[in-house]
Design a protein around this ligand. Structure first.
Ligand SMILES: NC(=O)c1ccc[n+]([C@@H]2O[C@H](COP(=O)([O-])OP(=O)(O)OC[C@H]3O[C@@H](n4cnc5c(N)ncnc54)[C@H](O)[C@@H]3O)[C@@H](O)[C@H]2O)c1
Length: 248
């Protein structure tokens, strides 16, 4: 498939996991991608994996609103347009409520929710010009409450409703805004998550997929579908991809 020939796709969190796989998928389908992440070394690794040429790579801390605005300006200055924004950068931890510090909370909301908001805001004028679209990465944690995960759930629930609010506001002006809600994807983020000491196993028994965890490329495939013209009639959707985790 070559659904993104000559399209410009900006992807955050592209140094690793789902973001890297998303960059690979878009590049494989003909896009020129503008990849960003805090992890410069990981970005270099992603760049080396991409099909095609003319891609752009930049370091970006999405929790800095001014840096988000500057990053979008850089992409538009470099390529002259923006067709798709994918907000993938994210962090996660599990903690008892009492152990979530002020800085834990602000970091979680700053990266996962505020970063997504400020990039959507900065990108929107350019997406209105290109009749482009946004795909945000929410989570099954944005669909229902999870023990020891209050800050992450709040951030991802916020991403999902931010997605829907923007979809409503901009549908008639030709910009679609969607999200995917993954659960159980084999990435460094998932591998690094530990249950807090003293966690009640009965409260977390439904946090796992019913089948083998997903490869990041399986999430990237859904992101690419939502961003493609094949999904013209889909906006305001949070597509759950979780191996049945939330089915019951
Ligand atoms: N892995 C899963 O099971 C799973 C499930 C649901 C949702 N998600 C979401 O998918 C997204 C990607 O996560 P992943 O699993 O691929 O993890 P990952 O750790 O492999 O990738 C996350 C990337 O985000 C980058 N990042 C973190 N903070 C940043 C910041 N402030 N600015 C810019 N980049 C930053 C990291 O450097 C990393 O490269 C996240 O939003 C995560 O919440 C993951």
């Amino acid at each position: 498939m070559n659904r993104f020939t000559d399209r410009i796709v900006m992807i955050t969190g592209a140094a690793s996991g789902i973001g890297r796989a998303t960059a690979q998928r878009f590049a494989a389908e003909g896009a020129r991608v503008a990849i960003s992440d805090m992890n410069a070394e990981g970005l270099e690794g992603t760049l080396a994996l991409l099909d095609g040429s003319g891609h752009h790579s930049m370091t970006l801390d999405v929790s800095d609103p001014a840096a988000c605005r500057a990053a979008v300006s850089t992409v538009v200055a470099q390529f002259g347009r923006l067709d798709v924004l994918c907000n993938v950068a994210g962090i996660a931890f599990l903690k008892h409520l009492a152990d979530v510090s002020e800085s834990d909370w602000h970091r979680m909301i700053g990266v996962n929710l505020s970063g997504t908001f400020f990039l959507c805001q900065a990108a929107m004028p350019h997406l209105l010009e290109s009749k482009g679209n946004i795909v945000n990465i929410a989570s099954t944690a944005g669909l229902g409450g999870q023990a020891y995960n209050a800050a992450y759930c709040a951030s991802k629930g916020g991403v999902l409703l931010l997605t829907k609010a923007l979809a409503v506001e901009f549908a008639a002006r030709g910009v679609r805004v969607n999200a995917v809600c993954p659960g159980g994807v084999k990435t460094p983020l998932a591998a690094g998550i530990r249950m807090p000491e003293g966690a009640d196993p009965t409260l977390v028994s439904k946090l796992f997929p019913l089948i083998d965890s997903a490869d990041p490329s399986e999430i990237a495939a859904a992101v690419a579908y939502l961003a493609s013209d094949e999904a013209r009639f889909i906006t305001g959707e949070g597509l759950t991809i979780d191996g049945g985790q939330t089915a019951s």
